[in-house]
Design a protein around this ligand. Structure first.
Ligand SMILES: Nc1ncnc2c1ncn2[C@@H]1O[C@H](COP(=O)(O)OP(=O)(O)OP(=O)(O)O)[C@@H](O)[C@H]1O
Length: 255
């Protein structure tokens, strides 16, 4: 079953075609990776799925419903949550509060309720706290909940970002370079986190430069170059694809 369908999507910036005529699907329950050399269009694609960048052409559907016209928060409501390439952690807030920020995407009370601390708002706040704590527990960070996020290691910050995205209860989780910058000693922990979530039924679409990790983690891989799809398939198939080998000639693999 398809959860995400990207059909003939393109995006230009001035005269530059960052993504061209791109079509692919993400199946429910899979971990799909997007790779490609620098400037291949990976971030632009991610931003179009998350709603930060509008496609110039084509359509994007989640569970069969077109979403390319929706704002980012509306896509979160529909079930898409994301992490960012550069950490978006509030270091002076606690670990728990960082996750609560993500949970607010799913709440009902408006600002007036929150300001006047109405019973409904208080009940909701408790619900947010409990739900956020549950996500930390799920990812093995519950024991750090009350510490300042600034005290976490880099790998733990990456996991915290994933917890925050999960707080919105997504059906599709977009991970923008979840391993990038993580010290070697912590990469397995982050990868195990992604595997465990996927085993619980979360579909994952990730962009990642660490080729070895992509190959080990993903059920299928989409390869972009100059904004176009040059290959798609299992790690085994993609690894041997002549077009992929050609695209990566001279590229540094930081795996
Ligand atoms: N806002 C923008 N304005 C102009 N050009 C842009 C913009 N965003 C991306 N581009 C260009 O579009 C192309 C694709 O960029 P994109 O960032 O999507 O690639 P990428 O595969 O994510 O690269 P990297 O691996 O280096 O992050 C590049 O040539 C880039 O310079």
């Amino acid at each position: 079953m398809t959860i995400l369908e990207v059909a003939d999507v393109g995006r230009s910036f001035g005269g530059l075609r960052a993504v061209s005529d791109l079509s692919f699907t993400v199946a429910k329950g899979e971990i799909k990776g997007v790779i490609g050399p620098n400037g291949a269009g990976k971030t632009t694609l991610f931003n179009m799925i998350a709603g930060v960048t509008a496609p110039s052409t084509g359509s994007i559907a989640l569970d069969g419903q077109r979403i390319e016209h929706l704002k980012p928060y509306q896509r979160v409501e529909r079930g898409i949550a994301r992490t960012f390439q550069n950490l978006q952690i509030f270091k002076d807030l606690t670990v728990l509060e960082n996750v609560m920020v993500g949970r607010h995407a799913r709440t009902r009370c408006d600002v007036l309720h929150a300001i006047f601390r109405s019973p409904a708002a208080r009940r909701e706040e408790e619900g947010i706290r409990d739900a956020a704590f549950a996500q930390l527990d799920r990812l093995g960070l519950a024991h750090r909940a009350e510490e300042k996020a600034g005290s976490l290691s880099f790998g733990e910050c990456k996991i915290l970002e994933i917890a925050r995205a999960l707080a919105a209860e997504p059906s599709l989780l977009l991970l923008d370079e979840p391993i990038a910058g993580v010290p070697h000693a912590e990469t397995e922990r982050v990868a195990d986190t992604v595997r465990a979530l996927n085993a619980e039924g979360v579909t994952v679409l990730l962009v990642e430069h660490n080729m070895r990790m992509v190959m080990r983690l993903c059920d299928s891989i989409l390869v972009l170059n100059y904004g176009r799809k040059i290959a798609e398939g299992t790690a085994e198939a993609v690894r041997r694809d002549p077009a992929v080998l050609q695209a990566y000639l001279g590229e540094d693999d930081d795996a």
